[in-house]
Design a protein around this ligand. Structure first.
Ligand code: AMP
Ligand code: FE
Ligand code: FE
Ligand code: ZN
Length: 272
């Protein structure tokens, strides 16, 4: 059983279209793929058809951007992509993301760096706009050498062109996912850097699971979050957070053999 539970397409900040991503999944021998774009389910439409023709099981997913003391991402699995409440929130988030990019561009202009809306949009390929698209424009303009520098110098939390995305709290995101029929999983908790906050959020009982395995987690973090998932009786998941070829491979993060079974059991979709 070869599984990928966390990846992005051009519907958000990935570089492969949903169809290209599925073709890569097929080449990599994956049986099951959850597409988890940031704040959109748009990519699932074209993915569904391609997945069927390639014989890959597609899990409808999403990764919601939230804010509580720091950036928190919440993964939703088996959400209903036609749920009206989910779609209304995603539409508000799309608008807020555009306004946020406008603010980021003004902050960059204040710092003497002129990046136009068009220079950013060309990288988004019609998907919801995010900081990685601004980062690519900064690299293309020669302002920074690479995407990493764009974040460490300008776009990352606390940097001079940082604008937080504060539309949802983790609690609201998790409730929305559950109302859409899905399973809510706290994404890459190690990236937040505030273990007390993570534990508090998980103890409140809003989440069904925790993403234990992630490329940004050290082995110490992985052990700690695995223990936490057992102690709080939460589902344990993992994935590569694939955005582009060249870094961690699609399907490159191995999760325990019973992960998919447990996720399906919790979602009530076993046998489907
Ligand atoms: P946004 O959704 O606009 O808040 O942008 C967040 C996305 O930016 C994340 O999902 C990553 O894909 C990317 N990102 C965040 N920090 C970094 C970093 N330091 N280097 C490269 N990409 C990053
Ligand atoms: Fe991303
Ligand atoms: Fe994330
Ligand atoms: Zn992600």
């Amino acid at each position: 059983m070869s599984l990928e539970l966390h990846c992005h397409t051009t519907a958000s900040d990935g570089v492969l279209t949903p169809c290209q991503l599925l073709e890569l999944a097929y080449e990599n021998g994956l049986n099951t793929l959850a597409i988890t774009d940031h704040d959109t389910v748009e990519g699932l439409k074209s993915a569904k058809e391609r997945a069927r023709s390639l014989g890959i099981e597609l899990i409808p997913g999403v990764e919601l951007s939230c804010y509580q003391e720091c950036e928190i991402h919440v993964l939703g699995y088996f959400v209903d992509p036609d749920n009206s409440q989910l779609l209304a929130t995603l539409s508000a988030m799309k608008k807020a993301r555009r306004e946020r990019i406008e603010k980021i561009l003004s902050l960059l202009a204040e710092a003497g760096i002129k990046i136009s809306w068009e220079q950013v949009e060309v990288h988004s390929q019609g998907g919801v706009l995010g900081r990685p698209h601004v980062a690519r424009a900064l690299v293309e303009s020669g302002v920074v050498a690479d995407i990493g520098e764009a974040f460490s110098a300008f776009l990352g939390e606390g940097k001079r062109a940082y604008v937080p995305h504060r539309l949802l709290t983790p609690r609201e995101a998790s409730s929305l996912i559950k109302r859409s029929g899905g399973i809510a999983v706290l994404a890459h908790p190690g990236l937040c850097g505030n273990d007390a906050l993570i534990e508090k959020l998980l103890c409140e009982g809003y989440f069904d699971g925790i993403e234990v395995y992630h490329p940004a987690h050290t082995s110490k973090m992985t052990s700690k979050f695995r223990r936490l998932s057992k102690r709080l009786d939460l589902l344990l998941t993992g994935g590569s957070d694939f955005h582009r070829p060249g870094a961690v491979e699609l399907g490159g993060v191995v999760v325990p053999a019973d992960t998919l079974y447990n996720l399906k059991l919790a979602a009530g979709v076993l046998g489907s």
